[in-house]
Design a protein around this ligand. Structure first.
Ligand SMILES: C/C=C/C(=O)SCCNC(=O)CCNC(=O)[C@H](O)C(C)(C)COP(=O)(O)OP(=O)(O)OC[C@H]1O[C@@H](n2cnc3c(N)ncnc32)[C@H](O)[C@@H]1OP(=O)(O)O
Length: 264
């Protein structure tokens, strides 16, 4: 099966050359992540990973109101034990971590509400582009919950513990400009999907393996000591230095021509 053949109930998956676009599509529930949708995202990401020509992924929301308004509260309401809660959190974390560790760039095009699990999905992506009307937040404490799809860990790593705690303890929604000022989103754009496509095309001009190695150096480096992180960087640099694309990139520069990267 190719990406183009894939059919999902609550997702749309499109491929334009090296770019895959995953749209969470339950607009009647502001694209809330019920168990079926979460499992479809996992399947879609697996399919994307198996599609060799894909080199970048955009995640966005269907309809004109929401990116994703969180985990589906009508399903959450049935959780009745420590075990059930923990299982749901682990399942969500697993999907977000799979996205976060993809070896190519991922961009969240945030076209409206990105709340709770929806913001956690955006946080699992490398870069975030928000519409001027987007609203972002982690309101779980207002439901008697804790962010459980990686938010308590990814948000402080991205914007610092103080700002992350402010958002999680108040549960307040921040607008796009405030999100930009705190580093929660990288760009604000009237057409976030279009801006995300432009960014993806810019990224796709770089050497694919270098992109994967940059991501690995940053991700692994954030979770260890500085000295060890520098060793990881040196390892990634060494791996990049051994690629054919490094030879091509440097040769192309010296010959004053665009590089033709093969991902090798
Ligand atoms: C580990 C992860 C945990 C979590 O993610 S916990 C959930 C975190 N998310 C939230 O708490 C946000 C919940 N949603 C809202 O607060 C509001 O919505 C909004 C502020 C986003 C928008 O409000 P408004 O403009 O008044 O729209 P509306 O009528 O509330 O929503 C339209 C339809 O969408 C459904 N919906 C919205 N969010 C969710 C959700 N997270 N889970 C399930 N359904 C949701 C509503 O119920 C309603 O549906 P109907 O038209 O049938 O009444």
């Amino acid at each position: 099966m190719t990406l183009i053949d894939a059919e999902f109930e609550n997702l749309q998956l499109d491929q334009h050359g090296a770019l895959a676009v995953l749209t969470v599509n339950r607009p009647q529930a502001l694209n809330a992540l019920n168990a079926d949708t979460l499992s479809e995202i996992a399947q879609a990401v697996e399919l994307i990973m198996d599609t060799a020509e894909v080199g970048a992924l955009i995640v966005t929301g269907g309809g004109d109101r929401a990116f994703v308004a969180g985990a589906d509260i009508s399903e959450l309401a049935d959780m009745d034990s420590v075990f059930a809660g923990r299982e749901l959190s682990l399942a969500g974390q697993d999907v977000m971590q799979t996205i976060a560790t993809l070896p190519f760039p991922t961009i969240a095009a945030i076209n409206g509400f990105a709340l709770g699990g929806g913001l956690e999905l955006a946080l699992a992506c490398d870069v975030r582009v928000a519409a001027p009307t987007a609203k972002l937040g982690l309101p779980e404490a207002g439901l008697g919950l804790v962010p459980g799809f990686g938010g308590t860990q990814r948000l402080p790593r991205l914007i610092g513990a103080g700002r992350a705690l402010d958002l999680m303890l108040t549960g307040r929604q921040v607008g796009a400009e405030e999100a930009l000022s705190m580093g929660l989103v990288n760009y604000v754009a009237d057409q976030p999907l279009m801006r995300a496509r432009e960014l993806a095309q810019q990224m796709l001009r770089n050497a694919p393996m270098a992109l994967g190695l940059v991501k690995e150096a940053v991700r692994r480096g954030l979770d260890t000591t500085f000295d060890h992180a520098l060793e990881i960087e040196a390892d990634m640099f060494g791996m990049a230095a051994a690629t054919k694309d490094f030879k091509e990139g440097t040769r192309a520069f010296l010959e004053k021509r665009p590089a033709r990267f093969q991902g090798e």
